[in-house]
Design a protein around this ligand. Structure first.
Ligand code: FEO
Length: 396
């Protein structure tokens, strides 16, 4: 492997997963990477490991810099399997290493991998480990995005290793933000935030404020997925603040729909035109043609989300149910939700969708629109007006 050095003695030893396309339901169209970092000083620390399938590659990358029995510390910033499933093998080979994790991390490691992880030593915010010339310290970051999550900070090198925070699912041989297409990088960072971190937005804001208040100098932010931020690390921090606080939201409406014989499609188009007539940027996204991952990313900076489904067997289309289940868990805040659909002899889809959206805590409009069989010109005019009125509600 070509040596990837963040600063003298701080090396990326992770792996690139070029072919992953499904990351527990998140469509990773550009692959990903599992980033692990090796800090070489009088003592040696490994921060995080990688997915088990790539364990041998991690061992090779570490072995180019040291032997595993010389590792003094293994820091587990986060127990999720993409970062820890090769830990049992690495822990055996790094037999002299102390394993460090938060109290919740220790609990989770034991439950994931067995009682051999009773040996984990618990660290908490502010604890410091001296490696020689370098010192590492820790910041607990519970629910960013698991209870065990932790950031590691290299004091002298001014490098923050925040694990999943500030990451992107982006496979690349280039490792730094100044080496990749900035548009793709920011697009993937937004998709990652939208699909993983949206529910934790208030906690992210709090954590960023906490770090800012500590006045920690940060030269580099090196997350556990994707590209390392060294050119302008504050760019991703500010982007997260904007995303978390709704600053990126604009006059934008998303019409998400599925269709059986084209009626709901016609409704979606008419509604979309109604929204656009009021100056809204509008995107029509057909379920089964668009991944939930991409739909969620589009919704992050929208003010209005209108969802349409035909009625199938007295209920909504399975694709609509899947979408509402997914977004119901992510709970993006500050959107106005509306519903529409078509049916043959008895409705049900619209009613079912409204119920799901209300249960998710969304701000749902009282008015909805549901029509029988194929829309007439008059009914399409009503759909146009529905879009128009929805946009006007927001403008008012
Ligand atoms: Fe990248 Fe939460 O694991």
């Amino acid at each position: 492997m070509v040596k990837v050095s963040l600063k003298d003695g701080v090396n990326w030893v992770g792996v690139v997963d070029w072919n992953i396309r499904d990351f527990h339901g998140y469509t990773t169209k550009r692959g990903s990477s599992y980033n692990a970092y090796l800090i070489l000083d009088e003592k040696i620390a490994l921060v995080d490991t990688v997915k088990a399938a790539f364990c041998q590659e991690l061992i090779e990358h570490i072995s180019e810099l040291t032997t595993l029995d010389k590792i003094d510390y293994i820091v587990v910033n986060h127990v999720e399997m993409d970062h820890s499933s090769s830990l049992p093998v690495i822990a055996k080979l790094a037999k002299n290493a102390k394993i460090l994790a938060t109290a919740r991390g220790k609990e989770e490691l034991i439950k994931h991998f067995g009682t051999e992880f009773e040996r984990v030593e618990v660290v908490k915010s502010g604890d410091k480990i001296n490696l020689g010339k370098k010192t590492i310290t820790f910041m607990e970051a519970p629910m960013l995005h698991w209870p065990d999550s932790m950031f590691t900070y290299l004091i002298e090198d001014k490098i923050l290793l925040p694990n999943d925070a500030f990451g992107q699912h982006l496979a690349s041989y280039e490792r730094f933000d100044d080496e990749v297409d900035p548009q793709i990088l920011m697009e993937e960072a937004k998709t990652y935030y939208a699909n993983i971190l949206t529910p934790f937005s208030p906690l992210i804001v709090k954590k960023i404020q906490e770090v800012v208040a500590m006045k920690l100098p940060i030269d580099i932010i090196a997350p556990s997925h994707g590209i390392i931020w060294r050119k302008d690390p504050m760019k991703i921090v500010n982007t997260y603040m904007d995303l978390c606080t709704g600053k990126t939201v604009k006059q934008k409406a998303i019409v998400v729909f599925d269709t059986m014989w084209g009626s709901t499609d016609k409704m979606a188009r008419a509604i979309g035109e109604g929204l656009a007539s009021q100056g809204f940027e509008v995107k029509l996204l057909k379920l089964r043609a668009t991944d939930n991952t991409d739909i969620v990313t589009e919704i992050v900076d929208a003010k209005i989300v209108l969802v349409g489904s035909p009625t199938l067997n007295n209920g909504m289309f399975p694709s609509a149910s899947s979408f509402l289940t997914y977004i119901g868990g992510l709970k993006p805040k500050g959107k106005l939700w509306g519903f529409f659909g078509s049916y043959g002899w008895g409705g049900g889809a619209t009613r079912g969708m409204i119920k799901m959206a209300k249960e998710a805590g969304f701000d749902v409009m009282e008015s909805s629109i549901e029509l029988k069989w194929v829309p007439t010109a008059e009914e399409l005019k009503k759909c146009f007006e529905f879009g128009q009125e929805t946009a006007q509600k927001i403008k008012a």
